[in-house]
Unconditional design. Structure first.
Lengths: 263, 284
């Protein structure tokens, strides 16, 4: 099963070569465009281009460089690999601790789409609330969607407040959380349901994640560790690909849920 | 921390091999030693590097991937398969891949174990006994052909009589030529149980595709549309599944010849140009 695979050295062990391959994925580029796109000067990048022409990864047509057939088969496999590695590298210990299988498999396989993430922890004075860093983006969002299997005391007033301000708010809650909300905060839940820009869904299946918020501004994940332990935290990404990923996660659980019209 | 995983996985061929091995299933040290043909002193530091990086964990006397290791494995495997495919043979980059839809091109690494079969130049106008033999005991057979291989007609009928499902897709020119020369045989074929016959437009960028439980073969045109009688063949399950999916793709673009009346109505709309081309390919 062991194969030497010379190409691995070529594609991974030079940032210039790696970045050039990713740049050319979007189409042929002249040397001027390459210099600008990668912010490099002529001679160092020309040396790398010559290596890749020799390896058959690139082809040259007049003054334009593009991916060869070989390059076009390889680069689409590099991208998800590099993005997955980047997500793990940036918060290695966090991802190593979590039970990743709490994510639906098709979304776990695309975890690289989360892009650059940051773990936010609440201040001691707000230990049960969202960290302040996401409260601002939350209030400046047009739509807010959340799935949750945990109860935060701040929930009822927060979501009611967001909805009253005209933000579209949709919630998918695990059955026990919904029941707790109804028994402890009935009036707020009724007010929430009476607003036009709200949606409330109840999920009878186990939501394995603690919670996830996705808005048009950011995505945030709160996961449970391998030992089944939870601490209040939010892993947040502001990248476009992460928002798409988060909406799919929300829709995945919404599709398993029942819409509540009234209590 | 940047680029950490790239170094962990790709700076050492032993670690890469180990990751790919454990991705299949958990293994004991004994199995790792045998399968990778390494000594414990050579592999232990690499195992340690993988466990320190939270990709591998030791459990009940064997080593297995963590959740994170499994994700890393999947990404590495899908890249490495393509690199192996490209390093083993230039067939794929020297031929026209435009007949393969993007979702299958994306999985072309599944064909990494394919071997190039080049018929002896003195044999190219003879019936391909090698292929005939290979597919002779198939429990099902799917064939797409844009050239004329009359020597296969008896095999199709025989397999169908043995209750194997046989599905054929021919281009219009090929079907017309079969109708001219073997009308009775092809009519007989369509009347048998377990058979399906489809026809598709000429000009398809796929020369030939055969899939059965025994294995698969695929042959492509070169970038100038020429055909050289060589083909890629493999018996690995991933390659068979890939070929089945490609066959299903072509089936979905073809129309079925459902009964003998359809054969009567079959009109070749093939342009004379492409017809000539297929004649050239079928000199035998």
């Amino acid at each position: 099963m062991s194969t030497e695979l010379q190409l691995i050295d070529t594609i991974f062990f030079s940032d210039k070569r790696k970045n050039l391959l990713l740049l050319l994925k979007d189409g042929p580029k002249t040397i001027e465009e390459i210099k600008k796109g990668l912010n490099v000067s002529s001679s160092p990048i020309m040396a790398q281009i010559r290596i890749m022409l020799k390896e058959g990864l690139l082809v040259q047509e007049e003054d334009c460089y593009s991916l060869s057939v070989k390059g076009k088969l390889i680069v689409p496999k590099m991208e998800p690999l590099l993005s997955t590695f980047q997500v793990f590298d940036e918060n290695h210990d966090y991802w190593a601790r979590q039970n990743l299988r709490t994510l639906p498999p098709h979304l776990l396989d695309r975890i690289g789409e989360l892009g650059s993430c940051k773990e936010l922890l609440p201040q001691k004075t707000h230990i049960f609330d969202y960290p302040p860093e996401i409260m601002d983006p939350l209030y400046s969002s047009r739509t807010v969607m959340e799935i949750s299997s945990i109860f935060r005391p701040g929930y009822p007033s927060l979501y009611l407040d967001l909805a009253i301000r005209g933000i579209e708010v949709s919630l998918v809650l695990e059955r026990p959380i919904y029941e707790k909300l109804v028994s402890d905060y009935r009036a707020d839940v009724e007010k929430f349901l009476n607003l036009k820009n709200t949606g409330l869904f109840v999920c009878d299946q186990k939501i394995e994640l603690a919670s996830s918020i996705v808005t048009d501004r950011f995505l945030s994940l709160s996961m449970v560790s391998k030992e089944g332990r939870y601490y209040n935290h939010e892993m947040v990404s502001f990248e476009k690909s992460a928002l798409v990923w988060g909406q799919e996660l929300f829709n995945y659980y919404k599709d398993l849920s029942e819409k509540i019209a009234r209590i | 921390m940047q680029h950490e995983l790239i170094d962990v996985v790709f700076r050492s061929q032993k670690r890469r091999d180990l990751l790919l091995l454990l991705g299949e299933e958990p293994r004991t040290m004994e199995e790792i030693k045998t399968l990778l043909d390494v000594s414990p002193t050579a592999i232990l530091p690499q195992i340690k590097r993988l466990t320190d990086s939270d990709l591998v964990i030791q459990k009940n006397g064997s080593y297995e991937l963590t959740d994170m290791g499994d994700q890393v494995f999947k990404r590495v495997k899908s890249l490495v398969n393509v690199l192996i495919l490209l390093e083993r043979d230039n067939y794929w980059i020297e031929h026209d891949l435009s007949g393969i839809p993007p979702y299958l091109l994306n999985k072309i690494g599944d064909l990494k174990d394919c071997k190039l079969v080049e018929p002896d130049p003195s044999q190219i106008f003879e019936p391909s006994t090698e292929l005939l033999e290979f597919f002779s005991s198939s429990r099902y057979l799917m064939v797409f052909s844009s050239f004329y291989r009359p020597e296969f007609l008896p095999l199709y009928t025989r397999l169908a009589r043995l209750e194997s499902n046989v599905t054929l897709i021919f281009t219009e020119s090929v079907l017309e030529k079969i109708m001219q020369n073997y009308e009775k045989k092809i009519r007989k074929f369509t009347t048998l149980q377990n058979t399906e016959l489809f026809v598709c437009n000429d000009g398809v960028k796929l020369a030939e595709l055969m899939v059965s439980d025994r294995g698969m073969m695929v042959s492509l045109f070169d970038s100038n549309g020429r055909f050289y009688y060589d083909y890629m063949s493999c018996s690995e399950p991933e390659a068979i599944n890939w070929a089945k999916e490609l066959f299903e793709f072509y089936k979905s673009t073809a129309w079925q010849i459902e009964s003998e009346q359809y054969i009567d109505n079959f009109m070749c709309t093939a342009e004379s140009e492409t017809f000539l081309e297929s004649m050239l390919l079928s000199l035998h």
